[in-house]
Ligand binder design. Sequence first.
Ligand SMILES: Nc1ncnc2c1ncn2[C@@H]1O[C@H](COP(=O)(O)OP(=O)(O)OP(=O)(O)O)[C@@H](O)[C@H]1O
Length: 340
Amino acid sequence: MTLLRLEGVTVRFGDRAVVDAVDLEVAEHETVCVLGPSGSGKSTLLRVVAGLQPPSAGRVVLAGADQAGVPVHRRGVGLMFQDHQLFPHRDVGGNVAFGLRARGSAKPEYEERVASLLELVGLPGAQRRAVASLSGGEQQRVALARALAPSPRLLMLDEPLGQLDRGLRERLVVELQGLFSRLGTTVLAVTHDQGEAFALADRVVVMRDGRIAQAGTPLEVWQRPASEFVARFLGFENVVPATVSGGAAATPWGEVPVPVGSPEGEGRLLVRPTGVVPGAGGLDCVVESRTFRGRHVALLLRPARGPVLEAECEPAAAPAVGDRIAVAFTPSEVVVLPSA
Ligand SMILES: Nc1ncnc2c1ncn2[C@@H]1O[C@H](COP(=O)(O)OP(=O)(O)OP(=O)(O)O)[C@@H](O)[C@H]1O
């Protein structure tokens, strides 16, 4: 069942549409991550859903009810923002209990709930700890417990792990994912970190200039970026103009085989780094750099013609900087993108 539906939601500041006719549905128990570069309108979209920003046009429908005129505290949504905004003068328990007290829950009832929430987020018994004594990751967990406390029908996260270091972020993402699926929470999150979005989301929505550039499962978006913008945003650099005909594309790198059924004609071509394979024959290249990435080595190649190429290979088979190699292209790792 659809829990949240946005219909043509537009937010204008002056004559600029920062969110531009966005249609989006979030099903119950689904985690949707909105992803996009800085300024693409992600936070504004979240603020509209929360009721913090009135739309200039369009509707926000939550559990079948139009939210026009419904104030933030009546929407039944939980919010967790980047700078987690804990109350510094309250202890951990006081922070988590905040929304429950505001709702008028009795003390024994909310104390029990606070205890179980702290257990849930991995901080059992932390009720009396001062907020200032917590690490960044612990504060994030408290903010999450506070947002979950009133059992919101929709939990909204804005760059939830933004300020944490990478290792901690990666751990917390895995924990959050487990937590949300255990609780059956419906989540709408925004982030500019694609790794975070891909790890957390059932579905990702990529935004560009206030519009949805692509929506799909992480696998769909990763395997078939809908445009050069999405491909580059995902970190793919091997994108060139191409003319496709008869199972191959004419490109600045020469002829590149494309998957069966690719659209013919003028377009753009993406070759994933895993599809650039050092081998016996093909395009001559010089290895400009190699970076050890654990399971693989990332290579930057200067081809005899065309722009630099990113490639990936097994550490044991990686050529050295300055080596001359030839590469071939694997069609399954090639995507023909629309030229626009
Ligand atoms: N109250 C406002 N008045 C005028 N312009 C605004 C206002 N709020 C946001 N904007 C502008 O709208 C655009 C989108 O902002 P928004 O915060 O939604 O983007 P974002 O994708 O969340 O970016 P970031 O990842 O940097 O947070 C930005 O150019 C911003 O400057």
